[in-house]
Design a protein around this ligand. Structure first.
Ligand code: RIB
Length: 290
């Protein structure tokens, strides 16, 4: 089963700090490292590490060779990645001594995906194949609409969420992977069980996965609900933990695993990712998960 991931490709500038800088404060960082990242790239690498057949579509700048190399090294097909003039998208990430992060994301306008590019990419996929999307590239609504017209199944991780996501054609989504903040914004509720019920009611045909960090994850579809506890991990850097969960869950689910097994694999993989530094480099291989 081919999976198209139409997503972001970022260079992450990661600063180690004692505490995340507050408004008006100046802090000396202890260290800086540069990693491959972007929710799109991370999820493609997680899918590939979980042994799925993944095609990544997106746009990079002239400095993006390291992003291509990381994807190719993981076994992701990069034929649908376009290199344009200018720099790639980048982030400034602070990671504190407890492993928590804050992320500032910048994507230049020249990296916007155009209608023509979307058509060119989606036209290469067939009915029943899967599209994975996050919320870091332009024209996400249009990508959803074109993929739906092509008969593709749509998996959506609305991260990082903004109010405008509510106006996307979410009725076209087959699988949602949302965290508590995203679920809360989409449902106007705050309690996890209530969020799940509301999303199941609103998107009756969709499979809903609600990730809850250290509290685990909830899944709901029609009458079925599953709770997946998190695996304990010593947090070094939580960046890409959610992306790792998404990639491993989806890969296992599309290979025909039972949902509860796909959730368990994803929880194990994301616990390993939390215990390692960086985004893409923290994502484990399937062989590391017992
Ligand atoms: O989910 C983690 C990712 O979010 C980072 O790699 C960063 O690039 C941002 O997109």
């Amino acid at each position: 089963m081919r999976i198209l991931n139409f997503g972001s490709l970022n260079i992450d500038y990661v600063y180690s700090v004692d505490s995340i800088v507050k408004p008006g404060e100046t802090l000396r960082a202890k260290d800086r490292q540069v990693f491959c990242g972007g929710k799109g790239l991370n999820q493609s690498i997680a899918l590939a590490h979980a042994e799925a057949e993944v095609y990544h579509a997106g746009i990079i700048g002239q400095d993006g060779t390291m992003l291509l190399d990381a994807l190719r090294g993981a076994g992701v097909n990069t034929d649908l990645i376009k290199m344009v003039e200018g720099d790639s998208s980048h982030t400034v990430i602070q990671v504190d001594s407890s492993g928590q992060n804050s992320i500032l994301f910048f994507a230049d306008d020249n990296l916007d995906v155009t209608g023509d590019f979307i058509q060119e990419v989606i036209g290469q996929f067939n009915q029943g194949e899967y599209l994975l999307l996050q919320n870091e590239v332009a024209n996400t609504s249009l990508i959803m609409e074109k993929a739906h017209k092509q008969g593709m199944k749509i998996v959506f991780n609305p991260s990082p969420i903004q109010e405008e996501v509510k106006h996307y054609p979410l009725h076209l989504v087959d699988v949602f992977l949302v965290n508590e903040i995203e679920g809360s914004m989409l449902s106007d509720l705050s309690e996890p069980d209530e969020i799940l019920s509301a999303l199941m009611e609103k998107y009756q045909n969709a499979h809903i996965v609600l990730t809850l960090g250290e509290q685990g994850a909830l899944y709901g579809h029609r009458g079925e609900r599953i709770f997946q506890p998190a695996y304990p991990a010593k947090a070094v850097d939580t960046t890409a933990a959610g992306d790792t969960f998404t990639g491993f869950f989806l890969a296992a689910y599309l290979k025909g695993s039972a949902v509860k097994d796909a959730l368990e694999l994803a929880a194990k993989a994301s616990a390993i990712s939390v215990s390692r530094k960086g985004a893409a480099p923290s994502i484990p291989k399937l062989s590391e998960i017992v």
